[in-house]
Ligand binder design. Structure first.
Ligand SMILES: NC(=O)c1ccc[n+]([C@@H]2O[C@H](COP(=O)([O-])OP(=O)(O)OC[C@H]3O[C@@H](n4cnc5c(N)ncnc54)[C@H](OP(=O)(O)O)[C@@H]3O)[C@@H](O)[C@H]2O)c1
Length: 334
């Protein structure tokens, strides 16, 4: 049995990566920190490994101890990352600097890895142009948020590390059971309110977390795929209203649809951001975030499915149906 070390195993995407790796026959070393929840990491074949990315020497010791306990680390999926931060510098510390520390510590193990998969983001490329041409892996990087720039910094580091057997995965917006981000919109529609940021045409792309995990672990195991990048979506693009329409259909509800004008929202958000800055903080909904989530073109090409000769299980209709069923069954929607 090969070993895969999955970092950020306690998080939304990480817990699905762990389950999928077990399903595909790997022994999993689940990288967590002291404070992480282990609720979704209790299955057989999963061993918890505490990792401290802030301290390269300690991290090296922790990796060596993990190999003593569980055997050679064959594969790594570096999924740990910060998606929200009070201070933009934290994105660069966790997403970029900790990736550099992690690679340095892995290099100290004294044996090659079969693969190092970096979970980056479509945000590293930034939104596509106004002509609605899809983003692909040859599109010049143009991130528009600190988050996107920090993910790009990590990507460039692994790409520039000589002989490093990387594969970069750039997921678009991920949804599915346990997701809390898109859930905010699901809750609003469930409550009969369907707000949209801006009156412009906007195209979004999505990937169900189960399909993201399936594709990531499959590509990790492919010996012929190395030093390559894959954007991952379900292969479709949706207008922002399509998401609302699917949810409305699932809830069987009428909604109040409002297209909020962008300029006043940006003005209010900028003001709130300035007030937060006085306390050295940054609100989650800041000017960069509003620009990112209201960008017109998030259409992307997702060549991973062709490379794997398979198709995603979920598109918006059945994926959202499965997700809403989960939210309902688990008491998230009352
Ligand atoms: N969700 C999306 O739509 C999306 C889209 C594109 C890319 N991604 C990428 O997917 C990855 C996972 O995101 P997610 O949505 O699953 O987020 P999440 O639920 O917040 O999970 C983040 C994981 O990273 C760990 N982590 C955060 N800061 C850490 C630190 N300083 N040291 C060690 N571990 C740390 C967290 O550990 P704790 O549990 O201890 O906090 C958690 O396990 C990230 O790299 C993100 O950039 C996500």
């Amino acid at each position: 049995m090969k070993n895969v070390l999955i970092t950020g195993a306690s998080g939304f995407v990480g817990s699905f990566l762990v389950a999928e790796a077990v399903a595909q026959g790997y022994q999993v070393l689940a990288g967590i920190r002291k404070t992480s929840s282990t609720k979704h990491l209790q299955q057989a074949g999963v061993h918890l490994v505490e990792l401290n990315f802030a301290d390269t020497a300690l991290l090296t010791q922790q990796l060596q101890q993990a190999e003593t306990n569980f055997g050679t680390i064959d594969y790594v999926v570096h999924n740990a990352g910060l998606t929200q931060a009070n201070n933009p510098n934290d994105f660069f510390t966790v997403n970029a600097q900790y990736t550099r520390h992690f690679v340095a510590a892995l290099q100290q193990l004294g044996h090659p890895l079969q693969k190092f998969v970096l979970i980056s983001s479509l945000a590293a490329y930034g939104p596509g142009k106004a002509d609605f041409q899809p983003i692909n892996i040859h599109t010049p990087y143009a991130p528009i948020t600190a988050y996107g720039r920090s993910k790009l910094e990590a990507e460039l580091f692994v790409k520039n590390t000589a002989d490093w057997p990387y594969v970069i995965i750039n997921p678009t917006a991920v949804y599915g059971p346990r997701d809390k981000d898109l859930f905010e919109f699901v809750k609003l529609v469930h409550g009969g309110f369907e707000p949209y940021l801006g009156r412009h045409q906007q195209m979004i792309t999505l990937i169900h977390v189960h399909d993201l995990a399936r594709a990531t672990i499959a590509v990790m195991g492919r010996a012929d795929v190395v030093r390559n990048s894959y954007i991952v979506s379900d292969g479709n693009s949706y207008s922002k209203e399509e998401l609302g329409a699917v949810l409305k259909g699932l809830f069987g509800k009428k909604t109040l649809k409002i297209k909020l004008p962008l300029a006043p929202i940006v003005a209010v958000v900028s003001l709130v951001e300035k007030l937060y800055a006085l306390a050295g903080k940054r609100p989650f909904l800041n000017k960069e975030k509003v620009t990112e989530i209201s960008s017109a073109n998030w259409i992307c090409e997702s060549e991973i499915w062709e490379a794997l000769q398979t198709k995603p299980t979920y598109v918006l209709s059945n994926g959202m149906q499965q997700t809403v069923a989960w939210y309902t069954a688990n008491g998230w929607l009352k």
